[in-house]
Design a protein around this ligand. Sequence first.
Ligand SMILES: Cc1cc2nc3c(=O)[nH]c(=O)nc-3n(C[C@H](O)[C@H](O)[C@H](O)COP(=O)(O)OP(=O)(O)OC[C@H]3O[C@@H](n4cnc5c(N)ncnc54)[C@H](O)[C@@H]3O)c2cc1C
Length: 410
Amino acid sequence: MGVPEHVLVVGAGLGGLRTVEDLRRAGYEGRIGLVGAEDALPYDRPPLSKQYLAGERDRAAIDLTTADDLDELGVRLHLGRAAVALRPGADGHEVELDDGSALHADAVVLAVGAAARAPDGGAGVHVLRTADDAGTLRAALATASSLLVVGAGFVGAEVASTATAAGIPVTVLEAAPVPLARALGAQVGALAARLMTEGGVDLRCNARITALSGTGAESADGSTVTADVVVAGIGTRLDLGWLDGTGVDLSGGIPCDTRGRVEGLDGVWAVGDAAAWTDPVHGDRPRHEHWTSATDQAAAVARDIAGDVAGAGLPPQAVPYVWSDQFGLKIQLIGRPELADAVLPLHGEAFGDDGDTGGPIRGTVVGYLSGGELVAVAGFGAARRIARYRRPLAERASRDAVLAFRDALG
Ligand SMILES: Cc1cc2nc3c(=O)[nH]c(=O)nc-3n(C[C@H](O)[C@H](O)[C@H](O)COP(=O)(O)OP(=O)(O)OC[C@H]3O[C@@H](n4cnc5c(N)ncnc54)[C@H](O)[C@@H]3O)c2cc1C
């Protein structure tokens, strides 16, 4: 396919916005449409659990663009409209919207993100994905004298941190043995647990919740927690039912090759939380619900669609990166820790060969190895150090090479 005449981007969040901006940056001069289910211009989600929830930023400060800027880019906006069907065709695709109208485009980019998973039967329990969710939660916390957070993933931990900083007593119930278990693994997650308890949170892991409501929870061990406000941070779900008619297997997200082209659908790309790009090194198709993955993928897809008119070539697929601000520290994770079979203490005093040492957490850096090769690095308040590990990560350095690199860093 040559350079398309009309690119339609579905999903007006971070990935969708960056795609349209990067298309123009890459020299694309054709028509661009941007469809968004939310009735709002693209805004940034990380502050929703941090500065916006804390009341340090107002709603306008989290907008990622303005209507004027998009107008200047020549982007036709369809906000407050969800796509409900995609009908691929030999001469372009048809995207049906929830008002019954249809848009035709010869290139479609799916940037539909993920939605918050709601707990079973938890009426009155807050979730946090959208600016509206955050506004409601922020208002509730303003008068709350206690908070229960169910789930200690990144979002739950950050809400707990923000509320604690505001002086609200917080209880966290987590089903796994440690917080951030999925992101950091059990051993390194022990540091996240200590960070949380040292921050003043009543953290209860291995919790088996049997009943949950907007006023509290009961657990299988008979304990109960009551609170003025209850938030569930129990992960995300993908809303991809509207793509069922395409015949694509969506069970692991939207399957893409290494450039974001959707497998089996010519002229369709996907970016961001919903996209499962092929990892060129490991050959599998992980999804990364990370801010930087959405922006990196948008840049690559825009250049692929524009036909590289700017002549810069396609960027290599970036190493996944995620950060989280909690309890006064920035936790950073580069790479794919879920592939690891061993961890390797690198810097700082909190983590030794037997795991958590009880030492100060700030400055701690831990490596993750798979088959003796470096696949990820996690840092706690160690921003400068962790950035240096991008090279050994890209080279899949051996354990000995990583230790030599660490020693050279000093
Ligand atoms: C509270 C919170 C805090 C976070 N903090 C961090 C952080 O500290 N660090 C980090 O790396 N990442 C963080 N993230 C994750 C990061 O924000 C996401 O990875 C990023 O927003 C993904 O961008 P996206 O474009 O894929 O999805 P989104 O930003 O979710 O945008 C998708 C948009 O598509 C719309 N949409 C969905 N379906 C349709 C449809 N059928 N038709 C039209 N529109 C549709 C949605 O309404 C949404 O507006 C955080 C996320 C949340 C919720």
